[in-house]
Structure formats: C-alpha cells, structure tokens
Write a protein of this length. Structure first.
Length: 293
C-alpha cells in the first residue's frame, strides 16, 4: 500500500446525460511499471512537457515520464517525509518541502544531491511557490510564518509571522509579484512578495482552507475547504482583479476538498476546474456556471 505505480489501461466508456456511465471494455493491454516510491505519495507537480515530479513518505523525490510511467530520476536527502513538491518554470529546478522543516532545490541534470538548502522554519513546511523567473522562493509553514528566499544563495530575504496562520498551500500569481496563500485559519491571503506583506485578505470561510490555485491569466484563484458529511468541502472561485470578490462555489463533495486546479483550456472547451476529495472522487466543473463537467 502507498507505492506509486503506473497502470495505464486503455478502456472506452459511454456517459449518459443523467451522469451514469457504462464501461464498454478494454481496448488494449494494461502496462505496469515498477514503483517510483516505497511508501505513500504525498504531493505531485507537473514538469513540461512529459514529466512529473512527486514526493513521498519514503523521504524521496521522484521524476517520472507520465506518458510511459517510467521513473527517470530519484532524489534522496530529506530526513522525514516530503510534504510538497513544485517546479520552476524552466522545468530544470525542482523544490521539495519536508516534515524535517527544510526545503531543498534539485537540478534535473545533477545526481550528487541538492543544489541548495533552505532552513529556518520551526515546524513542517507546507507551502512552496517559485517566482516566474525562478530567482525567488516563498515558503509557508505550520509555524505561522511565510519566508522569502534567494534561490541562488539560499539566503532568507524576508520573514513574516501572523498568529494562527497555519499555511496549507502557496501559489505564485503568473506575471505578478503576488503570492496566494490558503490557511487553517479559514482565510485566503494575497502576499506582496516585494515587501513580504499582506496585500489583501478575502473574507474568512466557515471551514479550513486546505488548498489553492491560480488561473494561468492571473485573473482568478481557487480555494478548497475542509468538510465532512456534506457540510463544507466546497471549492470557491475568487476574482483577483480590482473587485477581489467571491465569484461562485462548487459544491458536491461530501468530505474535505484536498486539491483544486484550473484545467488547461482547449480551443473548443469551456473553462474548467477540477477538485479532488477525501470522499474518493475527482470532479470536473464548468468554471463559469458551476455545473459538473
């Protein structure tokens, strides 16, 4: 249990208007690949064009080709489980956060260990966001702090502490000096990375905000809520422009929303978002209507 294993099955399915589905059977053999991790996978992020990076409870970071399922590279250096992974936009640098209170930077063409360490948080690191030019890194922790780092030198460029601000996730707003943050204090904050100060705080929700994401155009952000038994567990769309208001909610999960993302938009597709939940489901929503895709 807990190993990352690629099982690519080729099936066809028919979906009816009432939401039910009918699997019509396999159209090809299932390909199996060896596990990339020896324990549960805790985080995953995309690397362009065909790679993804994952972190696990086995303290390692793995790079895999998501098309073939093959594990290409494995990084070991953390003393405890990896909690978050992310990548720079140049797709050559990978960042991993851990329960050992550190963040490490890895190079895809380097196998001798991390190229940079970032140490300074007092508790588990739970948020990572890299600037568009990959020169700066923002980190968040359960120690109520957000830090800014120079990725080349490892120097801490700033530290801000807010009482009860237990960070759950960080995202850098594309093309802007702003970082979005979700928190266990039920709020979503926008940080100005230049001075590391809070530029805006959205109205607090009723439940813990577990995750967040920013649209590629930088106009909208998503947040996910904790919940149980049909109470809470919604995802919320916020406007990041001048109004900075709540746009709509996506309700349907029965337990905590654990992840939320904006999906790439095809030429003939409506803007969509996806959410995953502790209720064992992944849902795709029409971004503008709130209807299920």
């Amino acid at each position: 249990m807990g190993t990352l294993q690629s099982k690519i099955g080729f099936h066809t399915s028919r979906y009816r208007a009432d939401g039910s589905g009918e699997e019509t059977g396999p159209v090809g053999a299932v390909r199996r690949h060896g596990p990339a991790h020896a324990d549960a996978v805790t985080s995953v992020a995309a690397l362009q064009p065909d790679l993804c990076v994952s972190g696990g409870m086995d303290k390692s970071v793995a790079v895999c080709n998501w098309r073939s399922g093959a594990a290409l590279q494995r990084f070991i250096g953390h003393e405890r489980e990896v909690t978050k992974v992310t990548s720079a936009h140049d797709s050559k640098r990978i960042f991993s956060a851990s329960r050992d209170r550190t963040v490490m930077m890895w190079e895809l063409d380097r196998t001798s260990g991390p190229s940079q360490h970032f140490s300074g948080h007092g508790l588990v690191v739970t948020g990572l966001a890299v600037s568009p030019d990959a020169s700066q890194l923002c980190t968040g922790s359960r120690d109520n702090t957000v830090c800014k780092w120079d990725t080349e030198t490892g120097e801490c460029l700033g530290r801000a502490t807010i009482s009860r601000n237990l960070v759950t996730h960080l995202c850098w707003v594309p093309g802007e000096p702003y970082v979005l943050q979700s928190s266990e204090d039920k709020t979503i904050r926008i940080w100005d990375s230049r001075e590391l100060r809070v530029a805006h705080t959205f109205p607090a929700k009723r439940h813990i905000q577990t995750c967040c994401d920013v649209s590629r155009d930088g106009w909208y952000c998503l947040s996910g809520s904790s919940g149980c038994g049909g109470e809470g567990a919604e995802a919320t769309l916020w406007d990041l422009r001048q109004t900075r208001s709540r746009v709509r909610e996506y309700k349907g999960h029965s337990q905590t929303t654990t992840s939320c993302v904006f999906l790439p938009r095809g030429p003939a597709l409506a803007p969509s978002v996806a959410t995953s939940s502790s209720d064992s489901t992944v849902r795709v929503w029409d971004r503008d209507t709130g209807g299920r895709g």
